[in-house]
Design a binder for this molecule. Structure first.
Ligand code: COA
Length: 260
């Protein structure tokens, strides 16, 4: 896989995906969206990867949105294809089946905010800025932002961000539940790695089942969701890791999970 706009590496069981167009503040051009699809498809199919950390290159930006020089050329037909393609890739991330942590190191605007929203956990540097500035360009969010932001932070707050296009800082993002935690710029990646390693140390099958139940929440009724939870719980009961995890507690030792 030849990548021009993304850096990709795997250390221990963690994949590091870095959008790498710092001179354009990591704006997502079509090529980068294609590469995101390739990279996340390979992560999905790679059993050696448990958790992924997604970030932006340089000190200024996570992702400053879709590439406006490409947006400018869209018409009705290509505009529909453009959003459907982005939505497909961001859905792939959300439904990856493995946790994805966004380490938001700077601007997360437009498609960048939407990309962070497609991740399961968002950590922010104190320099991070979030916004959906599409209305300033005469368009609306098109990579799932109207839906995911509204579900995550409630409709009034989402409407304010989407209708004004205003940016908010990391403290405000924390206050309204858009991010989980804020760290200094220097600490952000090490804290993301710490979190990834903590998750990787848990029973991997259980982590994947739990994530599946959590991600399905928006699409299912309460009773369907509880039924899914119950089925996934029962599946966990069939694993060796479940026996090991419970036995380790009773024997007052650390579990030795085998992902079986
Ligand atoms: N698409 C294409 N290029 C972008 C971009 C985007 N979304 N965001 C930034 N860039 C480019 C700039 O054009 C500039 O390129 P240049 O040096 O070739 O002129 C470079 O990245 C640096 O950006 P600049 O605007 O000079 O940085 P700044 O610190 O003054 O401002 C922002 C930073 C993020 C406030 C500003 O770049 C911005 O508003 N970007 C657009 C954000 C947006 O509307 N995103 C949603 C798109 S749907």
């Amino acid at each position: 896989m030849e990548l021009k706009n993304i850096l990709f590496e795997v250390r221990n069981k963690t994949a590091f995906v870095t959008i790498n167009r710092p001179d354009k503040l990591n704006a997502l051009n079509d090529e980068t969206v294609n590469e995101l699809k390739e990279v996340f498809t390979s992560i999905k199919n790679n059993d050696a990867i448990s958790v992924t950390i997604l970030t932006g290159s340089g000190e200024k930006s996570f992702v400053a949105g879709a590439d406006i020089s490409e947006l400018n050329k869209l018409n009705t037909v290509s505009g529909k294809t453009f959003t459907e393609k982005g939505q497909e890739v961001f859905n792939l991330i959300e439904k990856l089946g493995k946790p994805v942590i966004a380490a938001v190191n700077g601007f997360a605007l437009g498609g960048g905010c939407e990309l962070a929203l497609a991740c399961h956990i968002r950590l922010a540097s104190e320099k991070a800025k979030f916004g959906q500035p599409e209305v300033i360009l005469g368009i609306i969010p098109g990579y799932g932002g109207t839906q995911r932001l509204t579900r995550l932070i409630n409709s009034g707050r989402a409407a304010e961000m989407i209708l004004t296009g205003d940016m908010i800082d990391a403290n405000e993002a924390l206050r309204i539940g858009l991010v989980n935690k804020i760290y200094s710029a220097e600490e952000l990646m090490s804290k993301a790695v710490e979190l990834a390693e903590k998750i990787s140390s848990r029973g991997e099958i259980a982590v994947r089942m739990a994530l599946r139940a959590v991600v399905s929440c928006d699409e299912l009724s309460e009773s369907e969701g509880q039924n899914l939870e119950s089925c996934l719980f029962a599946l966990c009961c069939a694993t060796e890791d479940f026996k090991e995890g419970t036995l380790a507690f009773l024997e007052k030792r650390k579990p030795n999970f085998k992902n079986k």
